[in-house]
Design a protein around this ligand. Structure first.
Ligand code: FEC
Length: 314
């Protein structure tokens, strides 16, 4: 009989429709409803990206489906059937719903993975904590993958994207070596540094490996999408970085948001609309690499770390 292993694929989540934005935002704010102006500001950002559509939902659905196919195609998984379940941090189906569905389907053993390559206690760590608690309640034996930020196939997929956009700069008349490559990721409250969180270091490692693989020396790391709260967040923020680069007379900038794996608000608005508007003002040419979405190399990265974990006796 084939042994079935559940795979809980966790992602940030996005509203299902415009009317769900308030509930979504309230969940992100741990139950505190947003002020009307905050809600309007977020609603306007969703309107601006694609007029009331939420691309992250379809992208996550596609990633989960593609991952299940990739897992079950792998020669190493002949005696097992991997069944993927979705669990979202801030929207339906929530992480707990995904674990509950596994229990209903009779899953006894499962592996959890987050669609974000870098570990932070505040991001991936909090997904894992919620899934672990629910799995313990329901008697599912569950293990987790914390990070995969240096997996060779992930590095290959990201490097290919950086290289393709450097080609685009060359075709547009720029000198490859003059393009400043900005690796970026979602900022977090600066207090994570005091607790020795590995997030900044892991992001730096991914950036360094891609740069060295492509022979890029003209690069730096910058943060983006910091939350709108009173406490200090990790910086510099990309919008300030662009202004600094203008003062250095850098004319061509390629953004590589390596902390994200999908097209969503933080890429389609924060980079494609907000950062590009600043670049236009300061007469800078700004491009960004394509998102991974369901790229086969990304699916193989996830599949490989999951199968390795299973082989180690989850
Ligand atoms: O497209 C979409 O609908 C969702 C886009 C989206 C992604 C995403 C990823 C991450 N976040 C991370 C941390 C925080 C922290 C706070 C926070 C707040 C927001 C808000 C929206 C939002 N995030 Fe997000 N995030 C996305 C969207 N995020 C909307 C609320 C309005 C705003 O501040 O812009 C602050 C929460 C608080 O107030 O306590 C912290 C991290 C990631 C990347 C890793 C991951 O995917 O989990 C870290 C996508």
């Amino acid at each position: 009989m084939t042994n079935t292993v559940g795979v809980l694929v966790m992602s940030y989540g996005t509203p299902e429709k415009m009317e769900s934005i308030e509930a979504y935002y309230t969940h992100i704010r741990r139950g505190r409803p947003p002020e009307p102006e905050q809600l309007k500001e977020l609603t306007d950002r969703y309107e601006a990206i694609v007029g009331g559509v939420f691309p992250l939902r379809e992208n996550t659905d596609n990633q989960v489906k593609a991952l299940q196919e990739t897992l079950n195609k792998d020669d190493r998984s002949n005696e097992v059937e991997f069944r993927c379940y979705q669990g979202l941090k801030h929207a339906y189906p929530f992480i707990e719903d995904g674990v509950e569905q596994m229990a209903k389907d009779g899953i006894q053993t499962a592996i959890g993975i987050v669609l974000a390559p870098h570990f932070s206690t505040m991001s991936v760590g909090s997904y894992i904590k919620r899934a672990r608690e629910k799995a313990e309640d329901l008697g599912i034996q569950m293990s987790f993958i914390e990070s995969y930020h240096l997996h060779p196939k992930l590095i290959q997929a990201l490097s290919t994207r950086v290289s393709a956009k450097l080609d685009a700069f060359e075709e547009a008349g720029a000198k490859r070596g003059d393009v400043r490559v900005l690796f970026s990721a979602h900022s977090l409250p600066a207090r994570i540094v005091d607790i020795g969180d590995p997030y900044p270091q892991q992001l730096m490692e991914t950036s360094e490996v891609i740069a060295s693989r492509l022979g890029i020396t003209n690069w730096q790391f910058t943060w983006q999408s910091a939350g709108r709260t009173a406490e200090p967040w990790l910086g510099p923020d990309i919008l300030d970085t662009l202004q600094d680069l203008a003062r250095e007379q850098v004319e061509d900038v390629l953004v590589a948001p390596i902390g994200f794996v999908s097209d969503h608000l933080e890429v389609l608005y924060d980079l494609d609309i907000e950062a590009k508007a600043i670049a236009k003002e300061i007469d800078m040419r700004l491009m960004r690499i394509d998102s991974l979405n369901s790229d086969p190399l990304y699916m193989e990265t996830l599949s490989d770390v999951i199968i390795n974990q299973w082989q180690q006796g989850t």
